[in-house]
Ligand binder design. Structure first.
Ligand SMILES: [Zn+2]
Length: 476
């Protein structure tokens, strides 16, 4: 694009900023740097030479990074005209720039929160013997947030492994609820005819939250198709920077209300964050996938630069497998792009012993608004092997146990120390509230020290873990 055309766009943007600011006089603008309070009205694609270095410059300028093309080394951003000037001065290569208002809007076939609720209600009524609708919380504006549980005997907790699939932390990522919808439809409608599906549903408790950020999504449909955060205070909090693990700790979020990655005034300040946390703490899933868009990535903890999980070899090997299945790039956020703090998967791993993944659906070609007719089915079908793999993986190498106290009652007052065949500690696992533990392991020989936390009792189990999960009972 010519310089002249870019300046025309800048002129339009400046004019529309001035216009917009007339209607935003209610905000407190004191002491806020200019770039944070000016609406980001420009869309640009930026060519990068050293991806991570230049992305970190973009982050430091609080440019809104939408998605990345790793192979061709370019990134889509929203920014203010001043930020654009700044990037030009810094000799960034701008492949294209346009006004945000000229971007494609989401197709009407994508769901709003009422349609999601209606879909889940109708499915749970039609398949009432294998599913149950669960309200997990309410949004800032008082909308209900829904999960569906899919399992045989859905009314009871059968001490089966749990797994969670959730979508739409970020409002503008309109393809993500479609994957949740596809999981629900696939499992419920194929249960009676497909033995693989029947086995998954009968043996596990499968939870799907197709739309967490219901208020933000409403704003996408009514006011701003590029809205990302919830709607707290009108400015919004990025609920995926609001979780308690390493909240506000490694420059992976913003303290400014005007930033797209505003982390909120304190950890877990947002009702949407707490709704998902409550569900996770209650069901203790073995695995989770959080669906986002876009960039074709499989991300796993941790988000802070240089940090790896205690079971990194296992977490990354499953992440790489998912990457292979989808032909998406696997890695931690900081290995691939930039640091993130307060993300859901970090909290799930650190505090809840979940093995969690983020999948970034779609590429820069499709962006946030892929044509529904062209991309919806293709995207959900391409993504099936990932969630199916984790459902299979629940039954594969690892150990699941139930722990009983001296009175033959299930107890949660225990830890499991796992040692490999050379005596190295593989991990420490805390007992789940229902008296179970579920430890995913690579194949091999292990020793488990099951230690009661309310007495000095210890039970020792030696195990040879093969491709199938070992199920044991431990009785004190
Ligand atoms: Zn996202």
């Amino acid at each position: 694009m010519s310089k002249k055309l870019i300046s025309i766009f800048i002129f339009i943007a400046l004019a529309s900023n001035a216009f917009a600011s007339m209607f935003h006089g209610d905000h407190d603008h004191s002491n806020v740097p200019e770039e944070f309070k000016t609406p980001k009205t420009m869309f640009a694609n930026i060519q990068l030479k050293n991806l991570k270095r230049e992305v970190s410059v973009l982050k430091s300028l609080d440019v809104d990074i939408l998605g990345v093309n790793l192979k061709e080394k370019n990134v889509d951003v929203l920014l203010t005209s001043k930020q654009l000037e700044n990037l030009e001065q810094k000799k960034f290569i701008i492949n294209m720039v346009t006004e945000k208002s000229l971007l494609r809007r989401p197709d009407q076939e994508y769901k709003n929160s009422e349609e999601i609720a209606a879909f889940l209600t109708s499915m749970s009524e039609q398949y009432s013997s294998i599913s149950k609708l669960i309200k997990i919380g309410e949004s800032v504006e008082g909308r209900d947030i829904w999960a569906i549980k899919i399992s045989d005997n859905p009314e009871s907790d059968e001490l089966e492994p749990a797994i969670l699939f959730n979508s739409m932390h970020h409002a503008r990522e309109v393809m993500t609820p479609e994957v949740g919808i596809d999981i629900v439809e696939y499992l419920l409608s194929n249960y009676s005819t497909d033995s693989r599906v029947k086995n998954w549903v009968d043996s596990n408790e499968i939870f799907v939250v197709p739309m967490l950020n219901v208020d933000g999504n409403n704003r996408v449909w009514t006011r701003d198709s590029m809205w990302r955060k919830n709607t707290q205070g009108g400015y919004g909090v990025d609920i995926n920077r609001n979780y308690p693990h390493r909240w506000a700790s490694c420059n992976g979020s913003s303290g400014s209300r005007w930033s797209q990655t505003y982390r909120g005034p304190e950890a877990a300040s947002e009702p949407e964050t707490r709704a998902l946390m409550g569900l996770v703490s209650n069901i203790k899933p073995v695995f989770n996938i959080s669906y986002h868009s876009y960039s074709e990535l499989v991300l796993y903890p941790y988000g802070c630069p240089g940090e790896k999980t205690a079971t990194h070899a296992l977490v990354s090997s499953i992440g790489q497998k998912i990457g292979e299945l989808l032909d998406y790039t696997p890695g931690t956020p900081w290995e691939i792009l930039y640091g993130v703090d307060g993300g859901d998967v970090d909290w799930m791993y650190a505090d809840e012993q979940v093995i969690p993944y983020v999948i970034e659906l779609n590429s820069t070609r499709e962006g946030f608004q892929p044509s529904y007719s062209k991309w919806r089915d293709k995207t959900v079908e391409r993504n099936r092997p990932a969630w199916m793999h984790l459902l299979d993986r629940l039954e594969q190498s690892g150990v699941r146990g139930l722990v009983y106290d001296e009175n033959q009652n299930l107890t949660d007052k225990f830890t499991v120390e796992v040692l490999d065949s050379r005596g190295n500690k593989v991990q420490d696992y805390r007992g789940n509230p229902d008296g179970s533990f579920h430890i995913v392991l690579a194949e091999g020989d292990y020793k488990l020290n099951i230690k009661r936390t309310d007495s000095r009792s210890v039970k020792v189990e030696t195990l040879s873990v093969s491709s199938n999960r070992e199920d044991i009972e431990v009785r004190f």
